[in-house]
Design a protein around this ligand. Structure first.
Ligand code: PMP
Length: 407
């Protein structure tokens, strides 16, 4: 029943019918970006054909319609994240820009020499480098939460890292390499006991599990539209009003001001203070459509189906001699990272590609994590609800062939 529902859903994604090297495409690179349902692509067309005019302050009809669509999209994002204050949603280019915004503006307002930032060993580069840059600018220190063999964060060490110098904790909700679903509610609760705010990188969480930022009590929560079936170039930052109001603007320009003179400029209110320049109102409109699409299916249903797929894939992969999985947490999302014997991950990825199977190989923008594991990288298969057990069978049989060729 469930399987039939998700098999039928494939027809919403025309790209899944593509052939590569004359083989049916098996797309297992959803952690990098997801494919787009027809309704999202059509929404982009529709917005350009019927709603295109620069937004905010336009007196004419089209501008008002485009403004309405953009601001409705902001409400959709707020609602999707379980917040009822759309002014707490800032549109950004994606997760990376959202973290850079917080690292820069929060850093400017609240950080000084000698302070510390806590991140984890499994972070994506986009949740490491902006903080490192802040540390360099201000003379601060980055402290790192280690993990266990299974790929769970070591909560005892985490607690011991927090002190009166800690200005912010910034960790990922779901690991893009290990699939671990971190206990972010507990991470936030522990930090809040010491009045330390927490940023959660939700890039790999929101497409796969239900998220409610207000319930989590996250201070900042960020994600990218393209990983949740929306367009590239748009994402969002949720931030508690009390922080956003106290932070200076990230970029200067049009839209983010209340008034400008050469003597003094005053800034606009939230959320516009953080959205300098013409925003991607076509992208936001299409992102709202993607969120509507995903919500209509239901994230509980998606999480359950993808969990079954991941369990099935794990069982089947374990048939392969010498295969080692990285990330065996009991609470895992739809990501499987592995190596086989001493075979280089790149060689496996190259040969799988020739068989029509798209996986990702390498450090997955998490070099410190890969280094800590003492490996050159992994092969990563990451699933979506449009993937099937039949595709996993094709993948496992192909992998067996590839391993035979390379051993
Ligand atoms: N964080 C995580 C956990 C990710 O997986 C990614 C993308 N791979 C990013 C951040 C960066 O996202 P983007 O490139 O869309 O800004």
């Amino acid at each position: 029943m469930e399987n039939k529902f998700f098999e039928d859903i494939r027809s919403d994604f025309p790209i899944l019918n593509e052939r590569v090297y004359n083989k049916p495409l098996v797309y297992f690179d959803n952690g990098a970006t997801t494919q787009k349902p027809r309704c999202v692509v059509e929404k982009i067309d529709y917005a350009y054909y019927h709603l295109n005019a620069n937004i905010h302050r336009g007196v004419h009809f089209l501008s008002q319609q485009a403004t309405l669509a953009h601001e409705d999209a902001r409400k959709s994002v707020a609602e999707f994240l379980g917040s009822n204050k759309s002014e707490e949603i800032i549109f950004t280019r994606g997760t990376t820009e959202a973290i850079n915004l917080v690292a820069t503006s929060f850093g400017e307002a609240f950080c000084k020499s000698g302070d510390e930032i806590v991140v984890s060993v499994m972070e994506h580069h986009s949740n490491i480098v902006p903080w490192q840059m802040l540390c360099e600018r201000k003379g601060m220190k980055l402290r790192v939460i280690p993990m266990t063999e299974a790929g769970d964060l070591d909560m005892d060490v985490y607690k011991s890292l927090l002190n009166e110098r800690t200005r912010i904790v910034s960790v990922m909700h779901v690991s893009n390499v290990l699939g671990t679903i971190n206990d972010v509610a507990e991470i936030i609760r522990i930090a809040h006991e010491k009045d330390i705010p927490v940023l959660i990188d939700g890039a790999q969480a929101v497409p796969h599990i239900p998220v409610a930022v207000v319930k989590l009590d996250a201070d900042f929560y960020v994600f990218s539209g393209h990983k949740i079936y929306g367009p590239t170039g748009i994402g969002a930052l949720y931030g508690k009003e009390k922080w956003l109001n106290a932070m200076p603007p990230y970029q200067g320009g049009g839209e983010m001001i209340a008034s400008v003179s050469f003597e003094k400029t005053t800034y606009n209110e939230l959320p516009f203070k953080f959205e300098a320049g013409t925003p991607d109102y076509i992208g936001s409109t299409a992102l709202a459509e993607a969120l509507r699409y995903v919500s209509e299916i239901g994230l509980d249903k998606i999480a359950k189906y993808e969990h079954d797929l991941t369990t099935y894939a794990t069982e089947r992969l374990n048939e392969i001699d010498g295969l080692k999985l990285f990330g065996t947490s009991s609470d895992k999302s739809a990501v499987i990272s592995f190596l086989v014997g001493k075979i280089h991950p790149y060689d496996i990825g190259m040969l799988l590609d020739k068989l029509g199977i798209a996986v990702r190989t390498g450090h997955h923008c998490a070099q410190p994590l890969i280094d800590s594991l003492g490996i050159p990288g992994t092969v990563r298969a990451s699933f979506s609800f449009y993937n099937t057990k039949a595709e996993i069978d094709v993948f496992v049989e192909a992998l067996k062939r590839v391993v035979m060729m390379l051993s």
